[in-house]
Design a protein around this ligand. Sequence first.
Ligand code: UD1
Ligand code: CA
Length: 497
Amino acid sequence: MPDTAARPTAVIVLAAGAGTRMKSRTPKILHPLGGRSMIGHALAAARALEPEHLVAVVRHQREKVAEHITEMDPDVVLADQDEIPGTGRAVECGLQALTARGIGADSGTVVVTYGDVPLLTPELLRELVAEHQSTASAVTVLTTELEDPTGYGRVLRSGEEVIGIVEQKDADEAQRQVREINSGIYAFDAAALTQALREVSTDNAQGEKYLTDVLSIARASGRRVSALVTQDRWQVEGANDRVQLQALGAELNRRTVVAAMRAGTTVIDPATTWIDATVTLEEDTTVLPGTQLHGSTHIARDAVVGPDSTLRDVTVGEAAEVTRTHATGAAIGAGSAVGPFSYLRPGTVLGEDGKIGAFYETKNVTVGRGSKLSHLGYAGDTTIGEYTNIGCGNITANYDGEQKHRTVIGSHVRTSSNTVFIAPVEIGDGAYTAAGAVVRKPVPPGALAVSVAPQRNAEGWVKAKRPGSAAARAADAAQAAETPHHTTNDDAPTATD
Ligand code: UD1
Ligand code: CA
């Protein structure tokens, strides 16, 4: 909090509503955008105010919602709303949950926000609290002006002064013309709030206990009521259906991408770049078109990601290049190269200056500094030392149908094309494998593992078995021109890099 504002006693996040317009088995506020659930964004913004207590009021789909909230932020106090409906009752239940725990919430500032308003920032909340405290108001409501205010509570003023809020369903024709709306986000003087809530009735068009009634009640008792007007309607907008959720998600992404660019990331095409609010990027990073960065992904200085890459919970080291890659739960070392067309699954750790190349799938693999898996293969449950070169088309056969086993490959190893490692198996430092080797037994350091049968050429086979074929004619022509025969060259390793 800035010096000008004191820490709120509590933030109460309202999350008891039903949200039926999502048409979903998942509770509305658990639907994600920008890498967090709606309630996740609301809790993160609330937590950033550093309140003494953070309360979430729950009721609809209580178990799922409560479990999710506790997972997001284990210190949230869960308050159950009873059968009395309305935002006023919800806040009352929130305050009672604190009292029931022996926590006095009747002094200082209490902030109320909604679980389904995901773009609200800590900065705007801080501004609200500062405005509230500097004006010594009983209530300060966050408002905005809308072209179409239909459905919202309208802010009633007498001159400049806020005198109350009237709900759409209770408003007369003149009041419905008002375009300044109640966002539902407020800072309250805790004592005035507790006092006023006792007087709020359910005598209105919806039979609900309206939190908005607190404004007129506070004013009637001679207290000041204020409003902070924001020009940024997105910050107070809620999502009631999937169309609104998409619009909010796109705007959140636009803001995240702009913030990343301002902080030193080059983004070529913001329209096809999706960055979760939880992702971090250092200066001088580049994100190419068609890239999605999710979860706890972190991109270090000078790294280039994309085009067409999806990274979830991936760390990309300095100056690494990740091209057309799908990666989850992986760590990519500084100066290394991944892709194009690589699939990195959880537990993939690529060391500095390493490479995982085209059409490679990896899972639970540690690759040492400078080692390369360049083309066409699968490595699972594997440890690879430093400066090892894995040839084209190598496979670790890590699964025997019942259990997974490890392959351990040393440093400065050279494996030839189409080597298969039958795990568990170990390959010593500086060892080689021959093309097509099926490695079932440990390979000692410096040995060449050969497992294929020697090559035998059945001379004249084509002429005898495929007489008159194009192949036979070609062979005849070649022999007539006395092209030197190819000699057999058994077991020689073939270079692949
Ligand atoms: C409320 C305000 C209205 C404001 C609008 C902004 C009241 C009486 N009206 O409208 O002035 O313009 O928000 O969106 O406060 N909730 C509970 N328990 C309840 C009812 C609601 O926890 O019993 C929660 C909902 O989950 C939601 C929020 O409160 O997060 C707002 O509820 P909603 O029904 O969407 O708002 P309105 O009451 O229509
Ligand atoms: Ca309502």
